[in-house]
Design a protein around this ligand. Structure first.
Ligand SMILES: Nc1ncnc2c1ncn2[C@@H]1O[C@H](COP(=O)(O)OP(=O)(O)OP(=O)(O)O)[C@@H](O)[C@H]1O
Length: 472
């Protein structure tokens, strides 16, 4: 007999043997047996089993029942072992599966993170692509604008090139015409050159003649300085003699006086510095000699007339720039009489006459000027190394015209009155000292500005000639 384990416990109330259902066995709720059940003659304790197939009640002994139980137990234990082993295997498998699942999860997590990264990168790339697309659109529109601009510029340039080409052709035609006229031009150049050389010759000759004339003229001036003796009775029969270039008598008029001054006017126009001045006691006729009266002009006016007359006479060969300044030296102050306004002139006169006390100052300054003039003349006469031009405004002003390279003419006015003898002698002594000044031969003051002007004109003409040559 064998028991197919795994059934449910029999519920029969009358059964002597009952089996507990075992969950380890499948389908074991039926009790079967094929074994032959042997009945023993000995009185044994009997137990009952129910056949599941036929529901018959089977009676078994306790021993049988024990064997059956032991077999069943062994079988169960074996089964349990197998199941335990199987369980262990399944547990291992489960563990392995768990481990691989964990690894797979980790892998999955990693992949998920990578995916997130990729997604983020994709997003960034999208942004970049959008920006690039925007830039591209901007560049494209700028390019379109530039294209239009350059198209217009190219059109303009083409127009200009067209105009320039036309001008070029025109210039070429003109150049050909010029080239054709070169022979005529050359003839003209030769003619001009020959005229220039003739002109140069004439200039040289003129300068030679002019130098000769000037030399003779100076000789005449020097020759004139021969006469003029003056004797002054100084009391009783005592007589003091003075020698001058010329002594004017009451018979001599303004014309006679100017006749001696006019050669100096020519000298001015020949390029010399000239100084003409009057010296003498008050009231003796300095103003009369220099200015004169309206009906009878003095040296100043006549000098100007002569200057203009001679410069006009020479206008074909020389061009003169004449400027006039009228200055007053009063109380050691220089005043420009032509530049002063009428009001300030009036104030100046008032200032001169208003205050009586200033008379003394005026006299002192006049004396100072005259004394300084005397010192300058003395220094020139003694050929001193230092000439004190700067001691007064008057001598400072006349520095270029007194001594040195200049020509100086001094008129000395004296009084015929016996009462003024002392002053007269003083003036004549001063004049004698002045006459003693041995001036070195006057030097011509060459004005280089005219020369520079001519040089510039020549350079300009040469430059024009070169330019014309190059263009041809
Ligand atoms: N040669 C002359 N013929 C006629 N009149 C003259 C002559 N010389 C001087 N006089 C007269 O004598 C007066 C005094 O002359 P003037 O004013 O020229 O002297 P001055 O030397 O300039 O005097 P001051 O130094 O005071 O200015 C004037 O009225 C002037 O007309």
């Amino acid at each position: 007999m064998f028991v197919n384990a795994g059934g449910e416990g029999s519920t029969e109330a009358n059964c002597t043997m009952s089996f507990m259902a075992d969950s380890f066995f499948q389908g074991g709720d039926a009790f079967q047996t094929g074994e032959h059940i042997v009945e023993s003659a000995l009185p044994v304790k009997r137990e009952h089993l129910v056949c599941k197939n036929c529901a018959a009640e089977i009676e078994v002994t306790s021993a049988q029942h024990k064997v059956m139980q032991m077999k069943s137990t062994a079988k169960y234990e074996k089964k349990i072992q197998e199941l335990s082993a199987q369980c262990q295997r399944k547990s291992d498998e489960c563990y392995q599966a768990w481990m691989s699942l964990t690894a797979a999860n980790e892998q999955l997590e990693k992949v998920r993170m990578e995916l997130d990264n990729k997604l983020f990168q994709t997003y960034s790339l999208d942004q970049t692509v959008d920006k690039q697309a925007e830039n591209l659109r901007n560049i494209s529109s700028k390019y379109e604008c530039d294209k239009k601009f350059w198209a217009v510029a190219i059109n303009n340039l083409q127009e200009k090139i067209k105009v320039m080409k036309e001008e070029h052709s025109q210039l070429l035609r003109e150049a050909h015409e010029c080239a054709d006229s070169i022979p005529d031009l050359n003839k003209m150049v030769f003619a001009v050159q020959s005229l220039v050389s003739q002109c140069e010759d004439l200039k040289v000759k003129y300068n030679e003649e002019h130098a000769k004339r000037r030399k003779l003229y100076n000789l005449v001036q020097e020759a004139k300085a021969k006469d003029g003796e003056l004797g002054i009775l100084t009391g009783g029969s005592t007589k003091k003699n003075f020698k001058f270039d010329r002594v004017y008598t009451p018979k001599d008029d303004q014309v006679d006086v100017f006749a001696d001054a006019s050669p100096l006017v020519i000298s001015v126009l020949d390029g010399y510095n000239v100084c003409i001045f009057a010296y003498g006691q008050t009231g003796t006729g300095k103003t009369f000699t220099m200015e004169g009266i309206e009906q009878n002009r003095g040296v100043n006016y006549r000098t100007l007339e002569e200057l203009f007359r001679v410069s006009k006479e020479r206008s074909e060969t020389f061009s003169y720039d004449i400027s006039v300044s009228v200055l007053e030296v009063y109380n050691e102050q220089i005043r420009d009489l032509l530049g002063a306004s009428p009001t300030s002139k009036k104030q100046w006169r008032l200032a001169k006459t208003d205050v009586q006390g200033d008379r003394l100052k005026e006299a002192q300054n006049i004396n100072r000027s005259l004394s300084a003039l005397g010192d300058v003349i003395s220094a020139l006469a003694t050929k001193s190394s230092h000439i004190p031009y700067r001691n007064s405004k008057l001598t400072h002003l006349l520095q270029d015209s007194l001594g040195g390279d200049s020509k100086t003419l001094m008129f000395v006015q004296i009084s015929p009155s016996e009462h003024d003898l002392s002053e007269t002698l003083s003036s004549l002594n001063f004049a004698t000292r002045a006459r003693g000044v041995e001036l070195c031969p006057a030097k011509k003051q060459i004005d280089t500005s005219e020369l520079q002007k001519l040089k510039m004109m020549l350079d300009k003409a040469r430059q024009e000639c070169r330019t014309k040559d190059e263009s041809l």
